[in-house]
Design a binder for this molecule. Structure first.
Ligand code: ADP
Ligand code: MG
Length: 267
């Protein structure tokens, strides 16, 4: 059964989209079957995976408002093994259009559940807010992966995010877990990045990935070519870091499976 990971942080510019694109592409490179869902109206994950937003008809917007079905909304990407449910600016109006709709927190889940088994991983890129779209991602997901930027205010907003995740867990999706926190835009030349990492490591109870994403100009350039880093510059430090993160994500899952097996054999 596919594991669904929502990449979320209500702060903008922390590396959610860069992480969603490149984690998904690196998982696909390792032979995993991956679906990426872009639920940010900015559609940067969509264009970053080589899909032209201008010509799109079946996006997550049509899916959410009931004007399309999931088969039609799945588009091929530039990456083998990786398909995308894209987004475009129309999605910005969905929040209002969904007012009053019954079970509006579960619309995405209802569409994704029947196709989960076709994929090893489903990666959802969230918008920079804790709105209905993000809640839909969290009810669909098994876990939330939180990118945090190595800057002075790294922990700002994190308490609120964790509170929201816990609320969703309590009221809407009892099996939701925090997958882990990943540091982004690490600058080895400054003491600040190191201090932020050490400070967060000693203050946060959640799982923190060993893989740290460096500040790497190739990561910032890749989206303008519509390519993930693993194709744009496969030998860059950014590509190496996201491959390491993909390895950790896979390893964490295998650990969970082993745990389940040993629980069963202990019975
Ligand atoms: P979010 O989705 O959280 O708003 P993005 O992934 O769009 O954040 O990143 C914000 C900006 O920072 C983008 O211009 C992106 O290209 C750039 N960026 C993200 N991660 C890195 C990195 N590791 N190194 C250099 N630039 C990065
Ligand atoms: Mg984004």
């Amino acid at each position: 059964m596919g594991k669904t990971i929502a990449v979320a942080n209500q702060k903008g510019g922390v590396g959610k989209t860069t992480t969603a694109i490149n984690l998904a592409a690196c998982l696909a490179e390792k032979g995993m079957k991956v679906l990426t869902i872009d639920i940010d109206p900015q559609g940067n994950t969509t264009s970053g995976l080589g899909i032209n937003k201008a010509s799109l008809e079946n996006t997550v917007y049509e899916l959410m408002i009931g004007e399309s079905n999931v088969e039609k909304c799945i588009h091929d990407s530039i990456v083998p093994n990786l398909v995308v449910i894209p987004s475009d600016v129309n999605l910005a109006g969905a929040e209002i259009e969904l007012i009053g709709i019954e079970d509006k927190e579960y619309i995405l889940k209802k569409h994704i559940n029947p196709i989960k088994d076709f994929f090893d991983y489903i990666i959802i890129d969230c918008p920079p807010s804790l709105n209905t779209l993000t809640i839909n991602a969290m009810t669909t997901a098994d876990s939330v992966l939180v990118p945090i930027q190595c800057e002075y205010y790294a922990l700002e907003g994190l308490t609120q995010l964790i509170h929201t995740i816990n609320l969703v867990k309590k009221r809407l999706n009892a099996s939701l877990e925090i997958e882990g926190v990943v540091f982004t835009m690490y600058d080895a030349r400054t003491n600040l990045s190191l201090q932020v990492v050490e400070n967060v490591r000693s203050n946060l109870e959640q799982n923190i990935y060993n893989s740290i994403i460096p500040r790497n100009v190739r990561l910032a350039e890749a989206p303008s070519h519509g390519l993930p880093i693993s194709i744009y510059d496969p030998k860059s430090a950014g590509a190496d870091a996201y491959r390491d993160l993909a390895d950790e994500v896979i390893k964490q899952d295998m650990g969970n499976v082993e745990e389940e097996v040993s629980v069963q054999t202990n019975k």
